[in-house]
Design a protein around this ligand. Structure first.
Ligand code: UD1
Length: 421
């Protein structure tokens, strides 16, 4: 197992290239199961979760190639309909093969993904929606079996705008004749990216980025050539690392419109963001690295403040000149990073879904442990501002979501190295 060793504080300068979005790439890769034809997808980040998807697709009978951020998928043999526990437990997003496989073969069996450190994360919303399309759900030895004699288009409303359920149902509906109307959909930009991919495959999709999505499916879908959108969570993370470290950092291959809520928060905290507002292109983050003003946030479905940036935001607020509040509305157990930040001198009280952060003058480097992808990112934000040496353990979590993060940060001036534990 590797560790990161970070010597701080050190201001950052220069440019960082943002990678393709993990959370957009995973459903688009799952969507390749909808067709027999060849699919070529570019700007796919080289991450552990993408490699897990590579293994899953290969196991299911696809033949994948991945290199230089280009992923190609061909159908090598008859596809299996069973995603086993060993592959699903590594990555919750494996559940996204359910929609495409159900649509194509009218039957899919997959291992229940189980909980993770940030919450129970059930899949009831996905399963209820499959039932509305005419499927039956049963359970056997920890697996879910979803099957249907015939799937039919329908109008259905999600009880919560789940990102994964919206994606799974869009993919399933893309192979069902007639118009399926999904209400109370998630509006995350990754869903619009999936809609773009499904349209390239020949489905008619309307209304992505709104709460109601209409999909007019086809009997057969075509192959796909597509380029994945920039990673908005990586973008927000680098904005927060730059804001905590101080200096002037420009993020390339990304777009300010993807991170409006974070940019607004940073501006309130006293960080200069350009371009302010809405133009495409890069983003420059500039600050003197002094203590920010306290800014409270509540995590919400998009366009609200993203839960995936809550932990990095907490790390940034740990040095604020005053008290701020975080309300985590999406996941019930997403404050594991608070205890690690406290080891670095932060003053935080967590009660249920709320955290009160009383900003301190200085954070101090310490040995800490990443408990999930974004908790790990939060420790890098804290280490960027902390005095002394921070050693971050279990960085395999960080590797699930951030491509070559230490190379990017080192180029921008951070003293960071990866060492074998
Ligand atoms: C996706 C993202 C993840 C992000 C999350 C919320 C991917 C690969 N992952 O996860 O990074 O943190 O959106 O923005 O895109 N829920 C249920 N029943 C369900 C489904 C969800 O109760 O059937 C609950 C979850 O437990 C959670 C909330 O709804 O509390 C949001 O989950 P969801 O939007 O589905 O997140 P994911 O798609 O798993």
């Amino acid at each position: 197992m590797d560790n990161f060793i970070i010597h701080g504080p050190k201001s950052l300068r220069g440019e960082v290239k943002i990678s393709g979005s993990k959370n957009a790439a995973l459903p688009i890769l799952a969507a390749t199961m909808l067709t027999r034809e060849k699919c070529e997808i570019k700007n796919v980040p080289d991450l552990r979760d993408v490699k897990s998807t590579f293994e899953l697709l290969n196991y299911m009978g696809k033949k994948c190639f991945f290199g230089f951020n280009a992923f190609s998928v061909e159908e090598a043999s008859a596809l299996k309909h069973h995603a086993p526990y060993d592959l699903v437990r590594r990555m919750r997003a494996s559940v996204l093969v359910a929609g495409p496989l159900l649509a194509r073969f009218k039957k899919v069996r997959f291992s229940l993904p189980g909980g993770c450190s940030i919450g129970v994360r059930p899949i009831d919303i996905h399963l209820e929606a499959f039932q509305k399309l005419g499927a039956e759900v049963s359970y056997e030895r920890g697996d879910v079996i979803v099957s249907a004699g015939k799937l039919k288009s329908a109008r259905l409303k999600f009880r919560f705008p789940s990102v994964g359920a919206t994606e799974n149902l869009m993919m399933c509906a893309a192979l069902i004749k007639g118009t399926t109307v999904l209400e109370n959909c998630a509006r995350e930009p990754e869903i619009a990216d999936l809609a773009g991919a499904l349209r390239c495959m020949g489905a008619e999709v309307e209304g992505e980025s709104t709460a109601t999505i209409k999909i007019c499916g086809r009997d057969v879908l075509k192959g796909l050539k597509y380029s994945v959108m920039p990673d908005r969570i990586e973008t927000g993370t680098f904005m927060l690392i730059a804001a905590a470290a101080g200096g002037k950092l420009t993020l390339l291959n990304t777009d300010i419109r993807l991170v409006k809520s974070v940019a607004r928060g940073l501006e309130k905290a006293g960080v200069k963001i350009s371009p302010p507002g809405g133009r495409g292109g890069g983003i420059t983050v500039e600050t003197d690295g002094l203590r920010p003003r306290p800014v409270s946030v509540e995590t919400k479905p998009y366009p609200g403040f993203p839960t995936d940036l809550q932990a990095p935001w907490m790390a940034f607020m740990a040095r604020a000149k005053g008290e701020s509040l975080i309300h985590e509305e999406i996941f019930e157990n997403r404050f594991m990073h608070a205890a690690e930040l406290m080891r670095m001198g932060a003053d935080i009280t967590v009660t249920d879904r709320k955290a009160v952060i009383r900003g301190v003058e200085r954070l101090l480097g310490a040995p800490v442990i990443a408990s999930d992808i974004r908790a790990g990112a939060a420790l890098i934000v804290a280490a960027a501002a902390a005095k002394g040496v921070t050693v971050i353990g279990r960085i395999y979590h960080i590797d699930r979501g951030y491509e070559k993060i230490e190379d990017k940060l080192r180029l921008a001036g951070m003293k960071i190295e990866r060492v074998k534990a």
